[in-house]
Design a protein around this ligand. Structure first.
Ligand SMILES: C[S@@+](CC[C@H](N)C(=O)[O-])C[C@H]1O[C@@H](n2cnc3c(N)ncnc32)[C@H](O)[C@@H]1O
Length: 278
């Protein structure tokens, strides 16, 4: 198993971006009465102790959730996400950051369910422990790319898949394109969200070209960066692709990202965009 452990990055700007948007997608799916299934293909451990030495190594959360935690002027669109963070920190001080499974747990209804896949055995054990009393969750030691084949379409015929791959090996952009194609073939009406890092411009151009070539219609591309394009010291920015984006989601993202950008990058730095790919 490769070395990526999300605990080092928990609560950083990329997590805030991803989880704020993920929460909006969950809220949108929960608007219709019919139950849905949330498939989290790269689930991590579900919650992260920020005092742990791994989180303390680079204190990445200080450039992420810490910048939102004390704000009283956050837009209402962020409320579902921020409430999920507050729920993990009932004493009012920020000590624990919720992963995507913990955010989904807050926003699922009684008849919805979630399928959580994680390939690192230790992380899977921690995830299973964290969700042991959650009857709506199934935890699987499984390659997230295989999970697309194993769990789509869900029996509910309504669903949201988050693919949050770790991009710690070559070829991950291509695997994401393949997963998008496969997910759409299997479940044409599913809502799919794919997170990706902003790396070298040439790799991103190839990624966008390959995405267009899938001919999957209506892909919404959302990006936020906190450093300039030539920044190589650490992650400069990230993006999310949303397939079959729910009604209203794109407008919500257009309202949210400028606020997040100012909160996370500071005035005049970084950038953001929302556009249809195709
Ligand atoms: C970016 S983290 C996930 C964070 C989580 N989605 C969240 O938002 O809280 C990526 C996770 O994928 C796991 N992983 C890496 N390769 C995988 C694979 N092929 N299938 C499933 N999980 C994988 C890593 O161990 C890591 O926990």
């Amino acid at each position: 198993m490769r070395a990526y452990r999300h605990h080092f990055h928990a609560g950083n700007f990329a997590d805030v971006f991803k989880h704020a948007l993920f929460a909006r997608l969950l809220v949108a799916l929960a608007k219709k009465e019919k139950p849905f299934c949330c498939l989290d293909t790269h689930a991590g451990t579900g919650r992260y102790d920020l005092a742990h030495r791994w989180a303390q190594k680079n204190r990445e959360y200080e450039g992420g959730i810490s910048r939102l935690w004390q704000r009283r002027d956050a837009p209402a669109l962020l409320a579902p996400y921020l409430e999920a963070v507050r729920a993990e920190n009932p004493d009012g001080s920020l000590g624990v950051y919720p992963g995507s499974p913990a955010i989904a747990r807050r926003l699922l209804r009684a008849d919805d369910r979630m399928v959580l896949c994680e390939l690192n055995e230790k992380d899977k054990d921690a995830l299973r422990k964290n969700f042991a009393r959650e009857r709506r969750a199934g935890v699987h030691l499984l390659d997230g790319f295989q999970a697309v084949k194993a769990f789509l379409p869900p029996r509910e015929r309504r669903g949201l898949m988050l693919m949050d791959a770790s991009f710690d090996r070559k070829g991950e952009y291509a695997r994401v394109v393949e997963a998008l194609r496969e997910a759409h073939n299997r479940f044409a009406t599913g809502v799919f969200a794919f997170w990706y890092p902003l790396m070298e411009p040439a790799a991103l151009r190839a990624f966008e070209r390959d995405l267009r070539e899938t001919r999957v219609p209506g892909i919404v591309q959302l990006e936020l960066w906190v450093h300039p394009a030539d920044w190589t010291a650490d992650l400069r920015g990230c993006g999310m692709l949303v397939v079959n984006s729910p009604f209203g989601f794109e407008n919500e993202a257009r309202a949210l990202l400028p606020w997040l950008l100012t909160a996370l990058a500071g005035p005049g730095a970084g950038g953001q965009r929302v556009r249809a790919l195709g």
